[in-house]
Write a protein that binds this ligand. Structure first.
Ligand code: NI
Ligand code: MN
Length: 245
């Protein structure tokens, strides 16, 4: 599989940068400043056009207001979280909901289900943030990505596989707050994706799932590539011959 003009940078935990067609910079679940997995040199990323947020837990939204304000970036997420971001001074938001597809600069983003909690910690209060979600992102090239957000495994991942056939799936495998490798291995079977990037593991001691365990549990799936890029590394070009740098 060739990523074409897509360059994916892993910032650690669940945070990814996407450079699309050498013109659009997206960030998924931005958490940089306080992210123990994020290398210092990446804490001030290049100008961002669009920020996509799976749910408003601190480890997914921590730097959204800072970066959206810095770059006048669009924040796309579920409607209730978008309303909270507007209150915090974010000017450009796109609040939509599960099942819906937003067209952002020719890039199609479909919000999917996720099974996880969704409160927003705001000072000493927890505010209703809507529901946790995932995203299927369809690039102009036709390449499809699925970022699951935080979730346990759920059988409707089969529908996501049937409807969208994601080429690359970004899946949480750390356990404790999300799927563990066993659930991840079932997710991969339902999604049918042949390239999987594990995330949300190793950041804290409680996140014990490993890519090695996920590989062991999916060894029977032919053609599957589990690519555990490390924070600060980039994914580009021909995935089958990929050497991360
Ligand atoms: Ni969460
Ligand atoms: Mn999380």
């Amino acid at each position: 599989m060739n990523l074409g003009s897509l360059v994916v940078t892993f910032y650690g935990h669940a945070t990814f940068g996407l450079k699309i067609d050498d013109r659009k910079h997206w960030m998924l679940d931005p958490w940089l400043d306080e992210n123990p997995a994020c290398p210092d040199r990446l804490k001030s990323p290049p100008k961002i056009d669009t920020i996509l947020i799976s749910h408003p837990h601190f480890d997914h939204i921590g730097d959204a207001v800072r970066l959206a304000t810095r770059d006048d970036a669009l924040c796309a997420c579920i409607a209730e979280t978008a309303a909270w971001l507007r209150k915090k001074g974010v000017k450009k938001t796109l609040g939509f909901n599960k099942g819906g597809t937003a067209d952002i600069d020719g890039i199609k983003v479909t919000m999917t289900h996720a099974v996880h909690s969704c409160g927003i910690t705001d000072g000493d209060e927890i505010i209703y943030g809507g529901e946790a979600a995932g995203y299927v992102i369809t690039l102009p090239s036709g390449l499809r990505l699925y970022h699951a957000g935080d979730t346990c495994v759920f059988s409707d991942m089969k529908l996501i596989g049937d409807l969208y056939h994601p080429d690359i799936a970004f899946l949480p495998i750390g356990d404790f707050y999300t799927m563990d490798p066993l659930q991840g291995s079932h997710a991969i079977r339902m999604l049918g994706s042949k390239v999987v990037v594990p995330m949300h593991y190793g950041t804290f001691p409680a996140l014990t799932g490993t890519p090695e365990k996920l590989r062991e549990l999916t060894a029977d799936i032919s053609g599957l590539r589990i690519i555990d890029i490390k924070p600060g590394e980039t994914l580009a070009g021909e995935v089958d011959r990929l050497v991360t740098a």
